[in-house]
Design a protein around this ligand. Sequence first.
Ligand SMILES: Nc1ncnc2c1ncn2[C@@H]1O[C@H](COP(=O)(O)OP(=O)(O)OP(=O)(O)O)[C@@H](O)[C@H]1O
Ligand SMILES: Nc1ncnc2c1ncn2[C@@H]1O[C@H](COP(=O)(O)OP(=O)(O)OP(=O)(O)O)[C@@H](O)[C@H]1O
Ligand SMILES: [Mg+2]
Ligand SMILES: [Mg+2]
Lengths: 256, 256
Amino acid sequence: FGPVTAVANQKGGVGKTTTSINLAASLAALDQRVLLIDLDPQGNSTSGLGVDQQQVESGTYDVLLGDSSIEDAIVKTECDNLYLLPATMDLAGAEIELVNEQGREQRMKNAFAAYQGEAFDHIFIDCPPALSILTVNALTAADYIMVTLQTEFYAMEGLTQLMDTIRRIRQGLNPALNMEGILLTMVDRRNNLSTQVEQDVRAYFGSQVYESVVPRNVRLSEAPSFGVPVMYHDLKSKGAQAYLDVAQELLHRRSI
Amino acid sequence: FGPVTAVANQKGGVGKTTTSINLAASLAALDQRVLLIDLDPQGNSTSGLGVDQQQVESGTYDVLLGDSSIEDAIVKTECDNLYLLPATMDLAGAEIELVNEQGREQRMKNAFAAYQGEAFDHIFIDCPPALSILTVNALTAADYIMVTLQTEFYAMEGLTQLMDTIRRIRQGLNPALNMEGILLTMVDRRNNLSTQVEQDVRAYFGSQVYESVVPRNVRLSEAPSFGVPVMYHDLKSKGAQAYLDVAQELLHRRSI
Ligand SMILES: Nc1ncnc2c1ncn2[C@@H]1O[C@H](COP(=O)(O)OP(=O)(O)OP(=O)(O)O)[C@@H](O)[C@H]1O
Ligand SMILES: Nc1ncnc2c1ncn2[C@@H]1O[C@H](COP(=O)(O)OP(=O)(O)OP(=O)(O)O)[C@@H](O)[C@H]1O
Ligand SMILES: [Mg+2]
Ligand SMILES: [Mg+2]
């Protein structure tokens, strides 16, 4: 199937979707075959890539409930080499429906094991803002976790809870889960708080923190309204360039 | 007990906690007796008011599971007239623990009905970023829902899902749930996208949208690191003044 990276953080609005879409698109532009899985009932990765949730026949929900294979639910996006497993509205009900099921945390992992299609170079999972059964499914199935971190007080505070969860998953459901790294998002170096948080996080987590950071850049928040990754909206923007840097750094970190 | 307002939006990072804390504190400064209930396992309203989650004996989790009354779990904050029902880490487990319980959606409502302490002029519930059992508990127990809306594309897109949920709650669990209004947060009138979203939302929702808006203001994101509402961090800031305006507008809307 290919190496799987969960993009996760239970804190809301910290750039999980923006990173999933734009990192996936940047790697696809570097000739990698990439699959993005939208695991958030909000379906932001789906709409951010111009796919209409209402038109989707089967998606992540159907795969988790065992009603569809991954290869039947995947759709091609307008970007070469970039594929999407879309989220539909019924994903909001999956949390409650899975709770009494056997092996509820392994549904995603089992679906990956059953995959029969062409392999991918990278698979990303855009997680919802909660340490819920959906996110636990992603962390159980993933080889790597990438934590997107907005340089703000509440986001930094939530890191402890997230690191505890990662440790617990490693001890039980997925001993092979690696820390891909912490990516700082919406960085504003003119702002003392943002700079302070960046310094604190680098002091504490060292080389686990990506060198590349994503600056606050309005082009990033405009792109989803056109249904395209930022590089197709404004390639020269700081946002697009930042995600190309992040993609290069990921490839470099994986090759060491 | 008093009028209850749930501050909700399943979209993450749209200012639910920032609004809960600063609107509650502004009303408390206007001599209203206010209770803030932290219903988010992240516990941001708790830490944002300087209360240490580790030191808390019983909190929202214990109230939902029926192990504590509200009056036994409430703590005083450093602000006059402002009380807090704190969140503890075990609240993260409440979602799964409640799913098989009888009347799982009515836990909060039942706890309000059983309240024996002194009445409040206003009660706010800071909701987590999900349309989960916790949020449904808040919407079932509330008299009003205030939707905080960041002026961004994904946030606007999520409104449809949220309005559907409110409609369903009104038809079933809580016919008395009123729309308090939509409060625009992190507004940046120099930014075309922000201005466009504001215009679209006002055109569609009309007078349901608060006149007062909350501008993006760094003092608002600094205040939680000092454990105080923004008016105690920088009263003259645009953020503090904005929430005093919001408090006045809420009082005005309720009196009509
Ligand atoms: N670097 C950036 N510069 C400017 N805006 C950004 C940036 N990154 C994200 N945004 C915007 O901030 C908002 C939050 O980002 P996003 O939705 O990607 O976060 P998320 O963690 O996926 O949120 P959720 O927790 O709701 O899933 C979005 O409106 C997005 O367009
Ligand atoms: N008007 C504002 N100006 C500047 N920063 C703000 C403003 N409102 C909120 N923030 C900051 O933006 C981030 C998100 O806000 P907040 O945590 O209140 O949103 P939330 O909806 O409660 O998030 P979650 O979905 O995780 O519960 C926080 O770091 C907060 O300090
Ligand atoms: Mg997202
Ligand atoms: Mg919050």
